[in-house]
Design a protein around this ligand. Structure first.
Ligand code: FAD
Ligand code: NAG
Ligand code: NAG
Ligand code: NAG
Ligand code: NAG
Ligand code: NAG
Ligand code: NAG
Ligand code: NAG
Ligand code: NAG
Ligand code: NAG
Length: 448
C-alpha cells in the first residue's frame, strides 16, 4: 500500500504545477462572489456543460464541487478501490420488493469528475432502442438514435490501446469518432482467458456470438470491451472536458470542498426565479451564498441534485410534507422513476498456481504490474473493468415473461449484460484465496 502511495504522489506533482490556477479550495480565493453561471457538481454532466459554457469568453462560470481532487483515480485498474472510499458519497437505498427490501449501497463519486472519476470506464452508447425510447418519452425526435449519433461521434476520440497491438478485427472504425473530447480505446492487456472467451463466441453454435462492435446500435453479442481510457490512464470528465487547455480559460473557476445545500429564490415570494446558491465548506458551521446573474445549473447527479432540490422546497408536495419540508414549488416528478443497475458477483475458484494469472495472489507480481503501469502505462492496470463483455437476451419464450414484462427497450438491447473483467483486479484480495483454503484464482463475473 505504502508503495502505491509513494508512486502516485510523485505523479501528482507535475500535474498540479501545470495550470490548476482555476481550481481553488476556499471561497475567499475566488475573484468575485457573483458569476453569470453557477454549475453545481463537477461530474459528468456538469463538466460537459461547463466546457461548453466557457467557450464564450464573455461569460464567467463557477463550478461548485463537494468533493476534492484525487489522482489515484488515474490508474484504470484501481477502479474498484473507490467504492466505499473517501471518493464515494456512500449512499444507501432500499433495493425494493424484489430483494425483500434489502438495503444496498449506491456508489456515487465524491470528487472532481464525479462518478466518471470512479466508474468502471465501460464505454457503452446503449442501443438504438434505448435512444428511440427517450425520443418517444420526451416527444423530441432530437433524442432518437439517428439524430444523436453525429454528436456522440463528434465528441469521441478513438485511440490505440497503450500497448499499440493490432486492433484490426476488434472493433469497427466506421462507428467511431477520432477527433473529439472523450477518449475511447480497447483493452491493452489480453490474458489467455480473454482469448478463450472470444474463441467461444466464434464457434459455429455459439450461444452468444461474436459482435464486432457493441456500440453500433445493436448491443447483442460478445465483443472486445471498449473503455474510456487514454494512453493507459482513466479518461474521466475531469481529464477530458476539464483538460488543461480548458482549465486555462480565464472565465472558468472551480471551488472544491463546496457542499451545496440549497438554491435560493430571488425574492421570498417568487416561486420560480432562483439566483443564489448556498453552500458550506465546514460541514454546516457556516454558509456562503454566491449569486448567478444568468443561470444556475443543478448537476449534482440523480441523488445529489434531488437532495438540493428537496432542501430548496422543490418537489412533490406530499413527499416534502412527509419529510417535514414546506413545499413552495410542487413538481411531482422530482425524485421519481429512479432505476439503477445492480451488480452481482459470481465467483469461480480456478485451481491455478501460475503467479501471472491476474493480480492479487502474489505481492511481487502486483508490484511489478504497478511498476509496469508507472513506466509504460501498460499491463493489467492499464485496463478498466471490461476486457470482453456481452449483452444477451433471454429467449422470448422464457418462462419469466409469463409474469414479468420484458424491461428492455427493444430487441437490440440486452435483458442481461455480462462483464468478464480481469479477474482478481480489486474485488479479490489476497486474503480471499486463503479463506477459500487453496491457491486458486478467483474469477468474478459481473452480471448487471
Ligand atoms: C462505481 C461506478 C461504476 C460505473 N461504471 C460505469 C461504466 O463502466 N460505464 C458507464 O457508462 N457508466 C458507469 N457508471 C455510471 C456513470 O459514472 C454515471 O452515470 C455518470 O457519471 C453520472 O453523471 P452525473 O453528471 O449525473 O453525476 P456524477 O458524475 O455523479 O456527478 C455529480 C457531481 O456532483 C457532486 N455533487 C453532488 N451533490 C453535491 C452538492 N450538494 N454540492 C456540491 N457538489 C455536489 C458530486 O460530488 C459529483 O462530482 C458508473 C458509476 C459508478 C458509481
Ligand atoms: C462536443 O465537442 C464540442 C467541441 O468540439 C463542444 O463544443 C461540445 O460542448 C461537445 N459536446 C458534448 C456533448 O460533449
Ligand atoms: C465514505 O465512507 C468511507 C469509509 O468509511 C469514508 O472514508 C468516506 O469519508 C465516506 N465518504 C463521505 C463523502 O463521507
Ligand atoms: C493488422 O491485422 C490485420 C488483420 O489481421 C492485417 O490485415 C494488417 O496487415 C495488420 N496490420 C499491421 C500494421 O500489422
Ligand atoms: C438544508 O439547508 C439547511 C439550511 O441551509 C441546512 O442547514 C441543512 O444542512 C441542509 N440539508 C441538507 C440535507 O443539505
Ligand atoms: C445575492 O443576491 C441577493 C438578493 O437576490 C442579495 O441580497 C445579495 O447581496 C447578493 N450577494 C452578492 C454577493 O452579491
Ligand atoms: C414514473 O412513475 C410513475 C409512478 O410510478 C408512473 O406512473 C410513470 O409511468 C413512470 N414514468 C416513466 C417514464 O417510467
Ligand atoms: C489444486 O491442484 C493441486 C495440484 O495439482 C492439488 O494438490 C490440489 O488438491 C488442487 N486443489 C483443489 C481445490 O482442487
Ligand atoms: C517498459 O517498457 C520497456 C520497453 O519495452 C521495457 O524494457 C521495460 O522493461 C518496461 N518496464 C516495465 C516495468 O515493464
Ligand atoms: C423456446 O423456444 C425454443 C425454440 O424455439 C425451444 O427449443 C425451447 O424449448 C422453448 N423453451 C420454452 C421454455 O418453451
Amino acid at each position: 500500500m505504502q508503495f502505491c502511495t509513494l508512486v502516485l504522489v510523485s505523479a501528482l506533482l507535475p500535474f498540479l504545477s501545470t495550470g490548476y490556477t482555476s481550481i481553488v479550495e476556499h471561497v475567499d480565493n475566488l475573484p468575485t462572489q457573483e458569476f453569470d453561471f453557477v454549475v453545481i457538481g463537477s461530474g459528468t454532466a456538469g463538466n460537459v456543460i461547463t466546457n461548453h459554457l466557457t467557450e464564450n469568453p464573455a461569460v464567467n462560470v463557477l463550478v461548485l464541487e463537494a468533493g476534492g481532487f484525487d489522482l489515484n483515480t488515474k490508474v484504470p485498474g484501481f477502479f474498484g478501490r473507490d467504492m466505499g472510499s473517501p471518493l464515494d458519497w456512500n449512499f444507501t437505498a432500499n433495493l425494493g420488493l424484489a430483494t425483500e427490501n434489502r438495503m444496498g449501497t449506491v456508489v456515487r463519486g465524491f470528487v472532481l469528475g464525479g462518478s466518471s472519476a470512479i466508474s468502471s470506464m465501460v464505454y457503452t452508447r446503449r442501443s438504438d432502442d434505448d435512444w428511440d425510447h427517450y425520443a418517444d418519452l420526451t416527444g423530441d425526435s432530437g433524442w432518437s438514435w439517428d439524430s444523436i449519433q453525429q454528436y456522440i461521434k463528434k465528441n469521441e476520440t478513438f485511440t490505440q490501446p497503450s500497448d499499440f497491438h493490432n486492433i484490426s478485427g476488434q472493433f469497427d472504425p466506421t462507428v467511431h469518432g477520432f477527433d473529439g473530447i472523450s477518449s475511447v480505446t480497447l483493452t491493452s492487456y489480453v490474458h489467455k482467458f480473454d482469448d478463450l472467451v472470444i474463441q467461444s463466441s466464434l464457434l459455429p453454435d455459439a450461444e452468444i456470438p461474436f459482435k464486432l462492435n457493441p456500440n453500433d446500435g445493436n448491443n447483442i453479442g460478445l465483443s472486445w470491451g471498449q473503455a474510456m481510457i487514454l494512453n493507459g490512464e482513466r479518461s474521466s470528465s475531469a481529464t477530458s472536458y476539464l483538460a488543461l487547455q480548458f482549465r486555462k480559460r480565464s472565465n472558468l473557476h472551480i471551488l472544491l470542498h463546496a457542499h451545496v445545500t440549497r438554491i435560493l429564490r430571488m425574492e421570498d415570494d417568487h416561486e420560480t426565479a432562483f439566483s443564489g446558491v448556498e453552500f458550506t465548506q465546514d460541514a454546516g458551521a457556516t454558509f456562503q451564498v454566491i449569486n448567478a446573474t444568468k443561470e444556475i445549473i443543478v448537476s449534482g447527479g440523480a441523488i445529489g441534485s434531488l437532495n438540493i432540490l428537496y432542501n430548496s422546497s422543490i418537489g412533490d408536495a406530499e413527499t416534502l410534507t412527509n419529510l417535514g419540508i414546506l413545499s413552495t414549488l410542487d413538481l411531482p416528478s422530482v425524485g421519481q422513476n429512479y432505476t439503477d443497475q445492480g451488480i452481482v458477483d459470481y465467483i469461480w475458484i480456478v485451481n491455478s498456481t501460475d503467479p501471472n494469472d491476474f493480480l492479487s495472489q502474489d505481492e511481487s507480481v502486483r508490484e511489478g504490474q504497478l511498476e509496469q503501469w508507472e513506466q509504460n502505462k501498460t499491463g493489467p492496470l492499464a485496463d478498466g473493468a471490461l476486457v470482453t463483455g456481452c449483452f444477451f437476451r433471454l429467449p422470448d419464450n422464457a418462462s419469466i415473461f409469463e409474469t414479468v414484462k420484458d424491461p428492455s427497450a427493444g430487441p437490440n438491447s440486452g435483458i442481461r449484460n455480462l462483464r468478464v473483467p480481469h479477474a482478481g483486479t480489486q474485488r479479490v484480495h489476497a486474503g480471499d484465496a486463503g479463506d477459500a483454503g487453496d491457491a486458486g484464482t478467483h474469477y468474478p463475473l459481473l452480471i448487471m
